[in-house]
Design a protein around this ligand. Sequence first.
Ligand code: DX5
Ligand code: ZN
Length: 215
Amino acid sequence: MIISPSLLACDFLNIEAELECFKDFKDTWFHLDIMDSHFVPNLTFGHPIVKLISKKTEIPLDAHFMVSNPEFFIDTFKDFNIHNFTFHIESTEKTLELIKKAKKIYPSVGISLKPKTPLTAVTDEMLKELDLILIMSVEPGFGGQSFIEESYARVEYFNKLKTNYPNLMIQVDGGVSNKNAKKLQESGANNLVAGSYIFKDGPLTYKNKIESLRR
Ligand code: DX5
Ligand code: ZN
């Protein structure tokens, strides 16, 4: 089980110290929420910040693009040591083409689905190329929202497809906490993103919070 703390919830004035807190943790990725105030209403951070973060940590970077033009970001994030590049299936008509393009650059490529997007939008052709499916368990755009219960069934749908795609990673993002982590894991999730749950009580609790999501 990979746990991906979402830096959206960290202390932005002390990012370097925040990164440092996780340096000895195993099976941890840093989740970066890139929002463009177009695909989603909110705006977060982009190239300069991610570039600086990439120089300060060895932990794999997991970039989640909530943007209207993912192709621009596939082209322009390639020097930032991104391990996993995820973009939204709703953000482009060229999903398969862009997955193939991203696969040439990034070690891992994912597609994200908003809570109401039909699961059948993800085709076999896409699954053959993909490393990761990101099931959004809140509407993308903001941290701190409540987990949508229908997400378990959506995770199970992809878990069943693992007979054909055994290496597919199933990630869940939005409202993840110790209240739903166990059931998510039982449904087939093997990568949990958590922002407010991990960060809200400060650095001394990060380790326990992460362990509580793995249990
Ligand atoms: C929401 C983002 C999430 C967010 C999760 O659009 O994609 O990654 O940071 O935050 P929490 O865990 O607080 O719901
Ligand atoms: Zn995210």
